[in-house]
Design a protein around this ligand. Structure first.
Ligand code: ATP
Ligand code: MG
Length: 487
């Protein structure tokens, strides 16, 4: 019996064959069509030698072929490895080599130089029109489903294994917090090679029989068009995407009334941005998680988004999350500590990397490398990454807090703060600012803006205006690049 994700299209089609599963441009596929396409592709992959445990990689922007490859791989008991197409050729080759992929499916948009192709996406349509007999492979919930490379925000991406069970439990955790309905229209604007778009958007929508509107890549105008055209009810994004939508000149004139809920994760959301959405009457939920937890770890329910602005919520239903001191004892309420996670959605470890796996766990808990403070009410406030925190004059500074304060200045479009060596204070802050259109804020103005908002030791010593910030494929600032940047 196939208990894994590969059985989902057929199980869904048995319930609602005629409901639309995927929309891409002017094309759409029902669940019955998705099931048949997946079965056909699985026969094709089997002919390429793919069987249980084999890795199948996919390189390309969001496309229905990625979704079909995912389910076809899982139907055969294989492991799906979606690669970040924005990586350089050596980075892609490293991940392909490391994953030991048997087959790579590559979108023609990605240069051949990035990776030798086994099957180009265009060839998938040439797959025989016959569906072929049903495929029966034994797949259990403990079998690996995904090999997902982390964003690489803090260093080289790590290959996290997620089992079918990890993903199923994450979906349950999500469904406890969000009322994903059968008539959901989900906008998938975040990249599908990343855990959030896969496991927080696509798979819960398929499970419930909703409709996923897939964007090839994130584009503000297109997103606003699609929300209106398809009456989108739900979308996931990172703060940068929501900020770009709210800054659009079309923001005020677009009909957003169909949106039941927008959900953000992956990075802290400045409270000012949450308020901008609330002022439009939109429900803004926030979650905290990571690739290794498939990804949800904490979740802030929509009804609390007004009363708990800035909180990343409480642990998701089936998962334990706590904050600890360096000796692994529990931090007191309000005391910053490292976040540990334990539960059925937590990765069994990193692919062929026992040393990294051993480092990542303590007493069966995953060490996240993030710092948070838990309030008396059990709410988690994510402060920053351990690696990004710096100490100025003996005081801990969490750059995320400084960034949120700078973000409230109208001249600031994007900002990143790092700690740099300082003779007097040990370390001091350097803020990299991307100015908003038509603005060029001076260091004096910015300092003055922060003076009433932050304690003196948190105010950066240096301000550097830049055109853009180095980002990962999931749109997070690569602070390591900023730290090594010559000034
Ligand atoms: P790498 O592990 O390769 O350095 P990464 O940690 O950025 O990259 P992801 O798994 O995509 O890779 O991101 C998870 C991280 O994102 C978390 O560990 C945390 O630092 C950050 N994060 C996620 N959600 C939130 C949130 N709501 N608030 C603040 N930070 C968040
Ligand atoms: Mg990480």
């Amino acid at each position: 019996m196939n208990r894994g994700l590969g059985s989902w299209p057929a199980r869904r089609a048995a319930i609602s064959p005629d409901r639309v599963a995927l929309v891409f441009g002017d094309d759409s596929w029902t669940y019955a069509e998705l099931r048949d396409r997946v079965t056909r592709l699985a026969h094709r992959l089997r002919a390429e030698g793919v069987g249980r445990g084999d890795r199948v990689a996919y390189l390309g922007p969001n496309h229905p072929a990625l979704v079909e490859t995912l389910f076809a791989t899982h139907l055969l008991g294989g492991v799906f490895v979606p690669l970040n197409f924005r990586l350089t050729a050596p980075e892609v080759r490293y991940q392909l080599g490391h994953s030991g992929a048997r087959v790579l499916i590559r979108d023609p948009e990605c240069a051949e130089a990035k990776a030798p192709t086994t099957i180009p996406v265009t060839a998938l349509t040439e797959t025989s029109a016959e569906t072929g007999p049903p495929i029966e492979v034994e797949v259990g919930l403990d079998d690996p489903a995904f090999l997902l490379y982390t964003s690489g925000t803090t260093g080289r991406p790590k290959g996290a294994i997620l089992t079918h069970g990890n993903v199923v439990w994450n979906t349950y955790n999500l469904l406890v917090g969000v009322d994903v309905a059968g008539d959901e229209v989900t906008l998938i604007g975040a990249p599908l090679f990343h855990v959030a778009a896969l496991n927080q958007c696509l798979l819960p929508t398929v499970l419930k029989g909703g409709r996923s509107v897939i964007m090839p890549s994130w584009n503000v105008d297109q997103a606003l068009d699609l929300i209106e055209r398809h009456r989108v009810t739900w979308m996931f994004g990172v703060a940068a995407m929501f900020a770009a939508l709210a800054r659009s000149p079309r923001w005020a004139s677009t009909d957003l009334s169909s949106l039941r809920c927008v959900m953000s994760g992956g990075a802290a959301v400045p409270p000012a941005l949450i308020r901008a959405y609330q002022e439009r009457g939109l429900t803004f939920c926030q979650g905290y998680g990571m690739t290794e937890t498939a990804p949800g770890a904490t979740f802030l329910e929509a009804r609390e988004s007004l009363s708990h602005v800035g909180s990343a919520g409480v642990p998701v239903f089936f998962t334990d999350v706590r904050c600890v001191r360096p000796d692994l004892t529990d931090a007191a309420p309000g005391e910053p500590g490292e976040v540990l996670v334990r539960g059925p959605n937590v990765t069994p470890g990193y692919w062929e990397d026992p040393a990294a796996t051993a480092d990542a766990f303590a007493d069966g808990w995953l060490r996240t490398g993030d710092i948070a403070a838990v309030g008396e009410d059990g709410h988690f406030r994510i402060l920053d990454r351990l690696k990004d925190m710096y100490i100025s004059g003996g005081e801990n500074v969490y750059p995320a807090e400084v960034e949120a304060a700078l973000f409230t200045h109208p001249g600031v479009a994007e900002v990143a703060v790092i700690g740099v060596p300082d003779e007097k204070w040990g370390e001091a802050g350097r803020a990299f600012i991307v100015p908003a259109a038509g603005h060029r804020p001076t260091a004096g103005e910015l300092r003055e803006h922060l003076a009433g908002r932050l304690a003196k030791y948190k105010i950066p010593a240096h301000f550097t205006i830049v055109d853009d910030l180095p980002k990962t494929g999931s749109n997070k600032v690569r602070k390591a690049d900023l730290r090594s940047r010559p000034l």
